[in-house]
Design a protein around this ligand. Sequence first.
Ligand SMILES: CC(C)[C@H](C(=O)O)[C@@H](O)C(=O)O
Ligand code: SF4
Length: 456
Amino acid sequence: MTQPRTLLAKIWDAHHVADTAAGATLIAIDRVFLHERTGASALKSLAAAGRPVLDPARVFAVMDHIVDTRPGRGDQTLMQGGQAFITETREAALAAGIRLFDVTDRDQGITHVISPELGIVLPGVTLVAPDSHTCTQGALGALAWGIGSSEAEHAMATGVLRLARPKTMRVTFKGRLSPGVTPKDMALTLLATHGAAGGSGYVVEFAGEAVGALDIEGRMTLCNMATEFAAMTGIIAPDEKTYAYLAGRRYAPATFDDPYWQTLRTDAGAVFDREIIIDASTIAPMVSWGTSPEHCVAIDGTVPQGPARAHEYIALDAGAPIKGTPIDAAFIGSCTNARLSDLRRAAAILRGRRVSPAIRKALVVPGSMAVKRAAEAEGLDKVFIDAGFEWRMSGCSLCFYAGGEGFEPGSRTISSTNRNFEGRQGPGIRTHIASPETVAASALAGAIADPRERLA
Ligand SMILES: CC(C)[C@H](C(=O)O)[C@@H](O)C(=O)O
Ligand code: SF4
């Protein structure tokens, strides 16, 4: 009898090329995804070394990080000196013969949103990108992780990467989520209870009834924050929902009958290096109070005692109820929570209502241009605009201040993003991360609010 294996072990074994003398493994890389902020340098340095991209058909690039999100945008970026990232990526992608989703391409969008959308990431593949949120794509059952630019260069030139075998962790969410509670709240609960370093050195498989019950977009939100947990990546075993999601997507195969796919689940009895079990039915909507993604509390909780510097930056004292904290701005966007289902759920709360007069800036940045079009076809843009939100083009820049555009200095911003460290969304900006529902409910209230009260 063969030993029971984890999902990770199966993908690892299928991609094993050789063991190195130093105890590492050469792993075959099926896909490389680049963006203009970190990808162009890999292509340029490859070209400078006179090395071609081994298989251009497996390499993709997109302009997402610093592009302007204002309607009617072109090559201009609000980032000082940023233009070169765009023009150089374009030139390098053209020279290398790889597929580029350029600024004005109808398929442009955030890397981790468009890769699943186009069927580029598939169950059981290895996919790397010089971006930490590549873990998002593990939701499709791929081993997808963030690398550095020089590793990207190596992967493109050779088709392999040298890796130490990661440890395995399973995080099981048993039971079901309550209404108004989302995959974002699952991720924030994991971070609050096990810390922002809890996943260090591990590939985390998310499993359990509550994970199986999520749609694919929700699974992406959960896997997205594996990097905030310091894990190498997150992964979810593919199931019927995964194959239904991928059917008909441009780069996906016409049929899903490869016997390899049938094996892509953890066998009963397989042993993980670490197991965490969380009861999904006890999770409440979560919101961050501080400057690390582990600084999270339930919406009806109080700010705990944390590092003095975090309290100082965020200007909230221990013991204060988080709910009711006045906010100045609201943001729905990013690779965490800007897919169609996220926009639908936020719009359902905002429909026919106006944001509080206290809100000075409210923005929706769809995760991709395809999400934008789909949302517009349903009239969601109108719901957001009528509620007082700006409706933007797709991109990353407002998530990490890369376009040089942010919220008014010092703003307290409720945000559907994944990072809340000092200055993440601009100088002095105090970011509170939460689900799109919580962002919408808070924008209406002008203060951090419980979305469940809007669903009643
Ligand atoms: C710019 C890029 C390398 C960075 C990352 O890797 O995560 C960005 O996407 C982020 O979210 O901070
Ligand atoms: S949306 Fe934000 S978190 Fe995601 S890749 Fe872009 S900058 Fe990084």
